[in-house]
Ligand binder design. Structure first.
Ligand code: C2E
Ligand code: CA
Ligand code: CA
Length: 358
């Protein structure tokens, strides 16, 4: 199926028990314990399974369901995943939503909005984060938190991220042509950290739009890195070798150890909004924000606080030595033309007009 993914067709399967038996035999066949110069190397496979015709009627659908099961098995480290079947198919507006999303890529249903990041030392906008918006023809506007978690369980994430990347770089090259030297950040997903092609996709998008790599940043959540740390690290290293910056998103909500962070090729951490927004009314939130800023400084990483909704919070962050801030207080995410005129205003006017943006 791909470099390290194989397809098996098993006949005479009557129950989940039959699948488990076949899957365990396969796993035993492909597992291998090696000794490489005294280091133990453990090879194991993960299996995702779906049943014809219970789960799907076509080969394409069947593979897609097996892929959903595989992804879950990997996330939970269970070795074998069986597509959950009927329950999901019945209430599964989910799959029709995914089919709609697949069709929406490249159509005018998808567009990007951009949210500025401000340097707290200079008060200047250094870059913007691209965020996806989907106007569904029947359901109206659907927020990314409603469809991203589903999309992330499928291969759809690959063309979707490519589309976001190309649109954002296209816009970035227009800004540069107009004399506005700002960078763009694009959100990546666990899927991209699994995909050895991803750095090449990034590289060709940069070339296509003539944007030099230093203007691009990829945001990756802590939890998606932890889904497969070894592979993620290799892919992040390839991105860094291209000259693209990597930032850890939603920092503080995952489980990465500080030692681990030290070994990743990243340049900044984004402190999760759940600590930032309420940091001035919640003592433990404040303590966490301060600890992350101190930690990042010791590791020579830049800190970006997200979810800044008030002047007070922005002021406290500046006092704690946080490098950058992003949030509704500064500006809501907005379409490119609004961001262009917003950045053109000077600092004082900018604050006064921030509430006009939607
Ligand atoms: P995220 O990457 O953590 O993005 C920040 C989210 O917080 C955005 O929501 C943004 O609109 C919102 N936000 C910004 N400032 C504030 C604030 O001051 N207060 C509050 N309460 N919220 C604020 P949005 O656009 O709905 O996106 C939600 C999530 O969906 C994103 O979280 C990201 O994980 C995902 N997402 C969005 N676009 C993409 C994309 O193109 N690719 C991928 N892989 N994920 C995306
Ligand atoms: Ca983000
Ligand atoms: Ca975030």
């Amino acid at each position: 199926m791909s470099d390290d993914t194989f397809g098996f067709l098993a006949f005479e399967i009557k129950s989940d028990g039959d699948i488990k038996a076949v899957a365990e035999r396969l796993r035993a066949l492909i597992s291998l314990d090696l000794d490489v110069d005294g280091f133990p190397v453990v090879l194991r496979g993960t299996i995702g399974a779906a049943i014809f015709p219970d789960n799907a009627g076509t080969a394409f659908e069947l593979l897609r369901m097996a892929d959903v099961a595989l992804y879950r098995a990997k996330q939970s480290n269970s070795g074998v995943g069986i597509y959950a079947g009927n329950g999901e198919r019945f209430n599964g507006g989910r799959f029709s939503l995914l089919a709609d999303l697949s069709a929406a890529i490249g159509s005018d249903q998808l567009h990007l909005v951009y949210q500025p990041k401000v340097d707290l030392a200079t008060d200047r906008v250094t870059g913007v984060e691209a965020l996806l918006r989907w106007d569904h023809p029947k359901l109206g506007s659907i927020s990314p938190s409603q469809f991203m978690p589903f999309a992330e369980q499928t291969e759809l994430m690959i063309p979707l991220t490519k589309w976001v990347l190309e649109s954002a770089l296209n816009q970035c090259s227009r800004w540069h042509a107009a004399g506005l030297r700002i960078g763009v950040s694009v959100n990546g997903s666990a899927r991209n950290l699994h995909d050895f092609e991803f750095p090449a996709v990034v590289d060709s998008a940069l070339r296509r739009f003539g944007v030099s790599p230093q203007w691009l940043e990829i945001e990756i959540t802590e939890s998606s890195v932890m889904a497969d740390p070894g592979r993620s690290k290799a892919i992040l290293e390839n991105l860094r070798n291209l000259g693209v910056a990597v930032s850890v998103d939603d920092f503080g909500t995952g489980y990465s150890s500080f030692t681990y962070l030290k070994n990743l090729p990243i340049s900044s951490v984004k402190i999760d909004s759940s600590f930032v927004t309420s940091m001035n009314v919640d003592e433990s939130g404040h303590a966490i924000v301060r600890a992350i800023i101190d930690l990042a400084r010791n590791l020579s990483l830049t800190t970006v606080a997200e979810g800044v909704e008030t002047f007070d919070v922005m002021d406290s962050l500046r006092g704690l030595g946080c490098s950058m801030a992003q949030g509704f207080y500064i500006s809501k995410p907005a379409i490119a033309s609004e961001i262009t005129s917003w950045i053109a205003l000077d600092g004082a006017n900018r604050k006064a007009s921030s509430h006009l943006l939607e």
